[in-house]
Design a protein around this ligand. Sequence first.
Ligand SMILES: *Cc1c(COP(=O)(O)O)cnc(C)c1O
Length: 213
Amino acid sequence: MSSSSKFNSIKDSLPHGVSLLAVSKGHHQESIRKLYSFGQLDFGESRLQEAIPKKNDLNDLKQLRWHFVGKLQKNKVRGVVKEFEFIHSVDSLALLERISRISQEEHKKPNIFFQVKLRDDPSKGGFLKQDLLENWSKIISLNNIHLIGLMTIPPIALNSHQRKDLFCECRKLANHLGLKDCSMGMSNDWQEAIECGASWIRLGSLIFGKRQT
Ligand SMILES: *Cc1c(COP(=O)(O)O)cnc(C)c1O
């Protein structure tokens, strides 16, 4: 199947309320332009240095919305706040406080997903459930951020049943906190994530093919 018909068949299969984020890291501007011409408006990048030249090149695509999905380093916060409308990977309170402060300085109000770590996983960061719950009153008092949801990535060792348990737990926690969105599900597990209440799925290789860089 060509990448465009694959994109269209996935897009057409999504239930109401589920949005597709096209994760374009490692893919050229022209691939982004092509999907945009099919109506895809949301694109995700995981590195600021890679995103900036792409954004400049695609500046004529006025409806395009950029989402940051990568590990966010302290020294990249200002750049990310200036360049991205959505941040899916806020993994600590210190980082959130910094985003809030810099967003005030830059007159921005990014949409924030908290990355949560619901299982042990040495390869990933994220809030523990307890961290979020204990700090919640402090979190909601911060300015210039729009808290919209949780993001999670299951450890690779999990089987399908275990992944669904994790995704459903993420949905439950989001509901408990009054957050509308769950950003969960990638090329290999997006259908499971949708079954458990994902509102954003993040697809890279499935719609773009193998990464070019
Ligand atoms: C790369 C990436 C994706 C897309 O992964 P695929 O397996 O290629 O669909 C989704 N989310 C994050 C955070 C990523 O870094």
